[in-house]
Design a protein around this ligand. Structure first.
Ligand SMILES: CC(C)(COP(=O)(O)OP(=O)(O)OC[C@H]1O[C@@H](n2cnc3c(N)ncnc32)[C@H](O)[C@@H]1OP(=O)(O)O)[C@@H](O)C(=O)NCCC(=O)NCCS
Length: 169
């Protein structure tokens, strides 16, 4: 797989899995009905560095030699002014390609990028406590600073907490 900075042309290949993940309403605090235009404004925001994961196992059967985009992440400041060196990031892997190590590789890449760009720490503001990703973040050195109880109405688990997670860089 290849991880690189995204260009505007990548958006049409991010949107299908972005939509699928957000419409499932299990992991992100965005409106599950977010339109494509609003989603692009959120994810491809010029204030964010956006990355994509390309699957380099080329599928020649489609006759399309454009590599598939199987994941994306953003990196930005979590706060402004004197706190601008604390980062925030968001991650999405196409559910059809989940469980193959793409999320872990992307997270390791973003952590390295954040350190290289001078960030001193990274905060996740709202990690749904039932998200299997909590285990991934913990294994990468994040700790749970606190939990907002019963903040997130999960379609299967009902009201669950939102963790604030942090890692020094
Ligand atoms: C979280 C996410 C980015 C992980 O991507 P992924 O490519 O499936 O993850 P990986 O294959 O690299 O797995 C990483 C680890 O997380 C765990 N994990 C991740 N997703 C899991 C799932 N759905 N079920 C069980 N375990 C999971 C695995 O145990 C794995 O551990 P290992 O590396 O020790 O084997 C992806 O599931 C996703 O996009 N989810 C929806 C959006 C989301 O939740 N984003 C994060 C918001 S905080």
């Amino acid at each position: 797989m290849l991880i690189r900075e995204a260009t505007a042309d990548d958006w049409p290949r991010i949107w299908p899995f972005w939509h699928r993940v957000v419409a499932a309403a299990e992991t992100y605090t965005w409106d599950p009905d977010t339109t494509e235009e609003a989603a692009r404004a959120l994810w491809m925001n010029p204030a964010k560095r956006v990355y994509v994961v390309e699957d380099d196992t080329n599928d020649t059967s489609t006759g399309d030699d454009t590599a598939a985009v199987v994941g994306s992440a953003y990196l930005t400041s979590n706060y402004g002014g004197p706190a601008a060196r604390i980062a925030n990031a968001g991650f999405m892997v196409d559910p059809d390609h989940g469980g193959r190590g793409i999320g872990r590789a992307l997270a390791e890449h973003i952590l390295a990028e954040a350190a290289a760009h001078g960030y001193r720490g990274m905060v996740f503001n709202a990690v749904v406590e039932t998200n299997p990703a909590v285990r991934l973040w913990t294994s990468l050195g994040f700790t749970i600073l606190g939990t907002v109880p019963e903040a997130f109405d999960h379609p299967r688990h009902g009201l669950v907490g939102l963790h604030v997670m942090y890692r020094a860089l």
